[in-house]
Write a protein that binds this ligand. Structure first.
Ligand SMILES: NC(=O)c1ccc[n+]([C@@H]2O[C@H](COP(=O)([O-])OP(=O)(O)OC[C@H]3O[C@@H](n4cnc5c(N)ncnc54)[C@H](O)[C@@H]3O)[C@@H](O)[C@H]2O)c1
Length: 302
């Protein structure tokens, strides 16, 4: 798809981060939007920001619709796809972007937490793909964009739930792209692997208490350390994603960290794991030292 003007794009997780930035960039190019998020307030804010970014064409305002939903709810996603096709008369693109993060050891992981992340990060992508595909095919020209992660390329201790969902999104989307190529139906697919992007994902993540003492000194330190790796802005990430769609790329890597991780996992597919363990041990020691110092300061103050 070479340009987005007068197309219709559906975006999940549009209330924040990359979803919001995609909405604003697409609106700027004159693309009509169907936005979804579980957070009604932030979703409404994105709709306003996108409307403000839209070009002012007299007699042809940009159409932006919103739907509050949970992407893990299959019926809600199926209804939203039908509603979008009805309200906009067509759908050309879907960005299955909504996602959450979970930090936990496998040994101590609650099944409820694993089911939560699989429901959103994997099933949300499956529902978005299957619900929108018939409408996108009917449009004659479309694209499905599924967000995996750098953690869909390599694994890390404490991230097994996230790793599992993001590797699954990658496998699902690569097979989808191959099927669409075989069908020659005018629809294509791209798998997106962002590195660290400055968004709200760390602060809204679930960090299990079993991580404290295993790899982290405390929950907030875990979230703050996670954010130190966020080197790319959400706006830049959205630019790279849309560029990838224009070029019909099969995979899009965002950031030099994602490119380095991809290279490492492909060059040293087994040995990279030992390197990750070494690096994690080092970070754990630093975190523990920092926690001890903070405890001493607290004790002196008390
Ligand atoms: N930020 C990063 O460093 C990074 C790196 C790699 C991959 N990703 C992936 O990028 C995608 C976008 O994340 P982001 O970084 O912009 O995060 P974000 O937290 O800023 O935005 C995620 C949005 O998804 C929404 N959401 C969460 N669960 C939902 C649900 N069940 N139903 C509907 N909406 C829901 C949230 O309300 C939020 O608005 C996610 O799939 C994430 O896993 C992010």
């Amino acid at each position: 798809m070479k340009n987005f003007t007068d197309r219709v794009a559906a975006i999940t997780g549009a209330g924040s981060g990359m979803g919001r930035s995609l909405a604003i960039r697409l609106a700027r190019e004159g693309c009509h939007l169907a936005l979804a998020d579980r957070n009604a307030t932030s979703l409404a804010e994105t709709a306003q920001l996108a409307q403000a970014a839209a070009p002012h064409i007299v007699g042809s305002p940009l159409r932006i619709t919103t739907r509050v939903l949970d992407v893990s709810d299959r019926a809600a996603m199926v209804n939203w796809a039908a509603e979008t096709a009805d309200q906009h008369q067509r759908v050309n693109l879907v960005f299955n972007n909504a996602g959450v993060a979970l930090s936990s050891t496998i040994e101590g992981m609650e099944y409820a937490d694993l089911e939560w992340i699989v429901g959103i990060n994997f099933w949300g992508v499956v529902h978005g793909t299957k619900a929108f595909l018939p409408y996108i095919k009917a449009s004659g020209a479309g694209h499905i964009v599924n967000t995996s992660s750098v953690f869909g390329l390599f694994s890390q201790p404490g991230m097994s739930g996230y790793n599992a969902t993001k590797f699954a999104v990658r496998g699902f989307t690569e097979a989808l792209r191959q099927e669409l190529d075989l069908m020659k139906c005018g629809v294509s697919a791209t798998c997106v692997h962002p590195g660290g992007i400055r968004t709200s994902i760390a602060q809204s993540s679930r960090i299990s208490s079993n991580m404290v003492g295993f790899m982290l000194a405390n929950e907030q330190q875990g979230k703050d350390d996670f954010e130190k790796f966020f080197i790319t802005t959400a706006d830049e990430a959205a630019r790279v994603i849309l560029d990838g769609v224009r070029k019909n790329k099969r995979r899009v890597l965002i950031g030099r960290d994602a490119r380095a991780a991809d290279w490492l996992a492909r060059t040293l597919p087994a040995a990279y794991q030992a390197l990750v363990v070494m690096q994690t041990r080092r970070m754990k020691r630093i975190a523990e030292k920092r926690a001890r110092r903070a405890a001493q300061v607290d004790a002196r103050r008390a």
